[in-house]
Design a binder for this molecule. Structure first.
Ligand code: ACO
Length: 433
């Protein structure tokens, strides 16, 4: 990480001028360091939603929404998606460097050694209602890992102990997720098969069943591997910040990852691709008239928006959407699926890419639009979409947690400006009006 110091910022409060250090990041992003602001001035800053607040310096991911840049540890997402694999990207995020062949082989074998979950945990699944949302199940079971590996609760952990926990959580998450799905459809769970690689194993546990042969389609495995790479980290978003915040209290990694999973669950974060399919379903049920819904999306008096179009951070293009569109086209061609919903998606994409309303506002389909389509084509049910996102984001959360620990960051403790009642005396219940 290169942090260059430059001329301090000056702030004048109540007639006194204070100097505040300015921090400059590798890519010239600038921050006013207010760590000592309250001690020096008695003031705090107010920034609801933390949109202008850097909570940390980080060497994991660089993102420039205006330029459409996303890099993990300095490597462009385009190169990683084309040349790497999800486990190699996981290694890169977690350890900060690309592995040698020996390191990657060891990492893969360390992970595959831990794919089983404790037999006692199987009983948890029996207790959840069959209609339980898989995100709730997955987050709870991931948190429960901390009860099976209580040594992880130590506040001082050796790097070997941290590595073991990292391998365990990376290895068990796909099993936990696939079992949540199997449970939701009333099918027997499939145990992991460690001759498969990470992504194949997940597909196997999701789609194989004891009564018939299951062949893994390499095009499906490849598309999923790419999708997971594209989702592997996205710097200090809601879930990553949650993982760091929970971890900052020295809660164990399983609990921190479970908290991140819950943060991702919300429709404003990881739930967007589910909303894409729900919107497509709605258009389908309404008769499939795409033009009508495009017009509604353009109508300022109508609150309807095209889900999966536009992005909060990427204002010109989403580098991940470009990559995944290609994988999506390949997958649909290969699978040759005929699905009205996917047809509507393709029509919407065509209309939006040429309609001046969307072109002028740079409202291209985002990664959630394509990931929703891909997951549907793969046969993954809508409720599992956020789980798929969480599976992809796992190495990023781990990297963020590890970095927070390595930096010795203090417990997260924001402040507030109190705007409630001033001091008042307690009134006995009989005297209240
Ligand atoms: N459909 C129709 N019009 C849209 C859409 C859309 N999906 N998104 C933005 N617009 C229009 C707005 O009405 C506005 O038009 P105007 O300039 O004539 O007033 C203009 O485009 C800019 O919109 P903003 O709301 O200012 O854009 P912002 O960047 O704040 O919003 C957001 C981004 C929230 C993602 C928005 O595009 C949206 O609601 N998209 C649909 C939901 C979605 O896919 N969300 C997940 C995105 S992934 C993520 O952000 C993490």
């Amino acid at each position: 990480m290169s942090e260059k110091e430059q001329q301090p910022a000056q702030i004048t409060l109540d007639g006194t001028t204070y100097s505040l250090p300015v921090i400059v990041g590798t890519e010239n992003e600038k921050a006013i360091d207010i760590t000592k602001l309250r001690d020096q001035t008695g003031y705090i800053t107010l920034d609801s939603g933390y949109k202008n607040t850097g909570a940390t310096t980080s060497a994991v991911t660089f993102l420039d929404g205006e330029e459409g840049i996303l890099r993990y540890r300095g490597y462009p997402i385009e190169q990683l998606a084309e040349k790497s694999t999800f486990t190699e990207v996981s290694y890169l995020l977690v350890y900060g460097k690309l592995p040698t062949k020996t390191e990657l082989d060891k990492f893969n074998s360390d992970i595959s050694r831990h794919t089983l979950v404790h037999e006692d945990m199987k009983r948890f699944y029996e207790a959840y209602p069959s209609k339980a949302h898989p995100m709730g199940v997955v987050a709870s079971v991931v948190c429960s890992l901390s009860t099976f590996y209580p040594e992880n609760n130590k506040t001082k952990r050796t790097s070997a102990e941290i590595d073991l926990t990292v391998h365990r959580v990376l290895a068990k998450f796909p099993t936990i997720a696939a079992w949540a799905y199997k449970n939701s459809i009333g099918h027997p769970i499939m145990y992991p098969k460690n001759s498969h690689n990470y992504v194949e194993n997940f597909l196997y546990m999701m789609f194989a069943n004891p009564s018939e042969e299951y062949e893994i389609d390499p095009v499906v495995a490849n598309a999923l591997d790419k999708l997971l790479i594209l989702h592997a980290d996205h710097e200090q978003n809601c879930s990553a910040s949650t993982v760091r915040m929970v971890g900052s209290s020295k809660a164990n990694l399983y609990a921190s990852i479970a908290a991140g999973t819950i943060a991702l669950w919300g429709p404003l974060h990881g739930g967007a691709n589910q909303e894409v399919i729900e919107m497509l379903d709605m258009i389908h049920e309404d008769g499939g008239n795409v033009d009508k819904w495009v017009e509604k999306a353009k109508d300022k008096n109508d609150s309807f928006r095209l889900m999966g179009f536009g992005h909060r951070v990427y204002k010109n293009f989403d580098p991940r959407a470009k990559i995944i569109k290609q994988a999506c086209d390949q997958l649909l061609n290969k699978l040759g699926v005929h699905d009205d919903i996917l047809e509507i998606a393709k029509k919407l994409e065509e209309v939006a890419l040429r309609d001046p309303y969307f072109v002028e506002r740079k409202l291209y389909p985002n990664v959630d639009f394509y990931s929703g389509i891909i997951y549907r084509a793969m046969g993954i049910p809508t409720e599992m979409f956020t789980v798929m996102f969480a599976l992809g984001r796992l190495p990023g959360w781990i990297a963020q947690w590890k970095e927070m620990i390595a930096n010795g960051e203090p417990i997260g403790r924001p402040r507030q400006i109190y705007v409630g009642e001033g001091l008042r005396d307690y009134v006995n219940i009989g005297d209240r009006v």
